[in-house]
Design a protein around this ligand. Structure first.
Ligand code: F3S
Ligand code: F3S
Ligand code: ZN
Length: 145
């Protein structure tokens, strides 16, 4: 868990229309079996300042905006089917408090700022919407199939 006040940017909510705006959010690759959109594209935070990272949006039906995600972890606490795992932790586990802690000013800080939650089991989602509701930065957009 990372305190929002400790961040040097102000996350903005994920763009809920990202799937219908392929010019702004083109598919730029895949990761752990899900699509990634707009990786490498400079985007701005809620104050209009450039985000320090360019990771894009991971997942399609369970989509996490990695610029918005600050490793709160409650999304994975509430998911009944264990869709999420921490990216930097790397062993498929999620859960608040289980993210990799990053020291401010370190090389990892410069690259990632925080661990990121990844929808590594996106296909298991039953669209209960709990993750979308609980995220404090509104980094998740669920689009039921
Ligand atoms: Fe889990 Fe969110 Fe789907 S809580 S079941 S990933 S809607
Ligand atoms: Fe990230 Fe929000 Fe989950 S900040 S870890 S997507 S609750
Ligand atoms: Zn991913």
């Amino acid at each position: 868990m990372v305190e929002l006040s400790a961040m040097d940017y102000k996350p903005r909510p994920i763009d809920g229309d990202f799937l219908s705006r392929p010019n702004d959010y083109p598919v730029t690759g895949t990761h752990e079996g899900h699509e990634v959109r707009a990786e490498g594209t400079q985007r701005n935070d809620s104050e209009g300042k450039p985000y320090p990272t360019k990771f894009g949006i991971h997942g399609t039906y369970v989509a996490v905006d990695w610029e918005s995600c600050i490793a709160d972890g409650q999304c994975s606490d509430v998911c009944p089917v264990n869709v999420f795992g921490w990216f930097l932790r790397g062993d498929g586990q999620g859960g608040s408090g289980n993210d990799v802690k990053i020291e401010q000013g370190s090389e990892q800080w410069n690259t990632y700022r925080t661990d990121k939650i990844d929808p590594i089991r996106e296909a298991d989602c039953i669209f209960c919407m709990a993750c979308e509701t609980v995220c404090p930065t509104v980094a998740i957009k669920i689009t039921p199939k």
